[in-house]
Design a protein around this ligand. Structure first.
Ligand code: ISJ
Length: 383
């Protein structure tokens, strides 16, 4: 066969694969309906185990090794679970609307832009993008009704918590309604033909710069230029048309501005992932069929053992904590507000009781939101 003919055959096969993936997704959504009517949880890791084992066996005579099959099916199953969860949440809260207005940092091509696309394509037919220049503007956009939702990065595996966002949450009346994690793959991006040895300026958002600090130490005679977002950095490099100025950001984003990759994998941690939260004016309920997270803040006061006692309340009710963060309280030097993420639904009896007790024990408690957990840990095969 000629090259063109083989490629046509590959394209035909890919088209069939896409059709089958869409069919599988539709079946998974039908399964979600059945589970709801039978009061069953969406995730069923026993079924996933059986499925993976059987697929590995079926793959062998076809020359498809176990690792390959497992990798592909982890992605397919993750999608299937998240699709089902979105559907269940939609039915409970009526979240699925034809168009949603979403505020996020930067413009097209920023990391927050991709996170917004990823989260809302499952939940709305159309996204009306409201790119903003600061986290403060993003929160204001939702508070004032200019946007329905805000997407905000809250933590990153390389740079840790994003303090500015934590501080905004302390004062807003908005609720956290969702979360998502998104891999962040930083690249150096320049105009076509840029020679890295001649570069004199690197532009990006301060969080991005912090996540690549070790790599940047190795660049001598290069000035760091802070921008409002990585997409603002791309726009700047494109506008200046000066090959000594480059940006750091995601490859796909840079492409939208005609920029090319000079170096990849710049982040301090090889696994560089950001967790984003989605906030709205109205809180949501999380269906019992899906795993929920609740985020609350509390001020315990400074008496000895105050935090320990508060955490013991969670322990006594069998509630596990996935994150504990402290931030200063503005106007009260050296006093700290604690941010707590727990794996629990706000409507669970244990959680209601724990919050009642914390209300009595501490000086201040406020729930920031209860939302579906975005974590779909891959099912491992048990031999
Ligand atoms: C589709 C289902 O829901 C989930 C997704 C699965 C899949 O995509 O194969 C398998 C088990 C469940 O965790 C199901 O239960 O069959």
């Amino acid at each position: 066969m000629e090259l063109d003919q083989i490629r046509t055959a590959i394209s035909d096969t890919d088209q069939q694969l896409l059709g089958l993936l869409a069919k599988r997704r539709a079946l998974a959504l039908a399964v979600a309906e059945a589970k709801l009517s039978q009061n069953k949880p969406i995730r069923d890791q026993k079924r996933e185990q059986e499925l993976l084992l059987s697929l590995i066996e079926q793959g062998k005579p076809l020359g498809l090794d176990a690792q390959y099959v497992t990798r592909i099916y982890h992605v397919i199953i993750e999608d299937s679970v998240l699709q089902q969860q979105a559907k269940v949440q939609d039915q409970l809260n009526g979240e699925h609307t034809p168009a949603v207005r979403v505020a996020f940092l930067g413009g097209q091509g920023s990391y927050s832009y991709w996170a917004t696309q990823k989260y809302f394509t499952r939940r709305a037919e159309r996204i009306i993008e409201l790119g903003c220049d600061s986290f403060n503007d993003i929160v204001k956009a939702v508070e004032t009704g200019h946007a329905d939702y805000a997407v905000l990065p809250i933590e990153n595996t390389s740079s840790g918590s994003i303090n500015e966002v934590y501080d905004l949450l302390q004062h807003t009346r908005l609720s956290i309604v969702g979360e998502l994690t998104h891999p962040i793959e930083h690249c150096l991006l320049g105009l076509p033909g840029t020679d890295l040895s001649k570069v004199r300026q690197v532009c990006s958002h301060p969080q991005v710069i912090a996540q690549c600090s070790q790599f940047l130490l190795g660049l001598t005679n290069v000035k760091i230029e802070y921008c409002e977002s990585s997409s603002a950095a791309f726009a700047k490099v494109k506008a200046l048309q000066d090959p000594t100025i480059i940006a750091i950001g995601g490859e796909e984003g840079g492409k939208l501005y005609g920029l090319e990759v000079l170096t990849r994998e710049l982040a301090n941690q090889k696994q560089n992932v950001s967790r984003f939260i989605v906030v709205a004016r109205k809180p949501v309920q999380v269906a019992k069929a899906i795993p929920a997270k609740t985020t609350f803040i509390m001020y315990t006061g400074q008496q000895p053992g105050a935090l320990v006692e508060a955490l013991l309340v969670l322990k006594q009710h069998g509630i596990s904590m996935s994150k504990l963060e402290s931030r200063p309280i503005p106007g009260n030097p050296w006093e700290e507000m604690f941010y707590v993420d727990v794996s629990a639904n706000l409507n669970d009896y244990a959680m209601t009781r724990a919050l009642e007790e914390l209300n009595n024990l501490t000086k201040f408690v406020k729930v920031l939101g209860c939302y579906p957990s975005d974590e779909v840990t891959p099912t491992e095969i048990q031999a």
